[in-house]
Design a binder for this molecule. Structure first.
Ligand SMILES: [Zn+2]
Length: 176
């Protein structure tokens, strides 16, 4: 952080504020302490009959790799709304959410992923602007070595193992 987003000053220090135990960006001009917290990434694992809808990325990082429709939650959105929006934006697919499927921690990049199991309301889908290709995969055809992110791999693995039988939420964490 180079400038204070409150007053515009460049007089920022990175230090532990009084009564705190972690370093924060502190503005020496206006006194604002800038707390930074993890971001939520929300998405769907969209199902149609016994197949899973997966998108090929048209953007970096991991251009050309496959992933489930997901993206950063926007301010003012619920996590379900964000997951539905991302599924529409990336796969032009309308789905109904069944349940929260998994939660995946990425503490090294300050992100938490939430994936919802969902069902396409019809077999209609197409490439959104961030996708090169959108396709329904049967379990046996999932391109495991071309899945973009560990969070997606986790969501897919848990689905393949447990289908919709598991009543809890799968929780995982990326380990280096
Ligand atoms: Zn300031």
């Amino acid at each position: 952080m180079n400038f204070c987003s409150h007053c515009g000053s460049n007089r920022l220090t990175y230090e532990i504020p009084a009564g705190d135990y972690r370093s924060r960006y502190c503005c020496q001009q206006c006194g604002t302490i800038h707390y930074q917290n993890p971001k939520l990434v929300v998405g769907c694992l969209p199902l149609y009959q016994d197949k899973i809808l997966i998108c090929k990325r048209a953007i970096e990082p991991r251009y050309g790799f496959w992933n489930l429709p997901a993206g950063f939650l926007e301010n003012g959105e619920t996590v379900e709304e964000g997951a539905l929006r991302e599924t529409w934006e990336e796969a032009c697919a309308q789905v109904e959410i069944t349940k929260l499927h998994c939660l995946y921690n990425l503490p090294h990049v300050n992100q938490v992923y939430l994936f919802f199991l969902s069902h396409l309301t019809s077999p209609k889908f197409a490439c959104g602007s961030e996708s090169l290709e959108v396709k329904l995969f049967s379990e046996d055809d999932i391109p495991w070595d071309k899945i973009a992110f560990s969070s997606n791999k986790f969501a897919l693995e848990k689905y393949v193992l447990y289908k919709e039988k598991y009543e809890g939420i799968h929780i995982g964490t990326y380990r280096h």
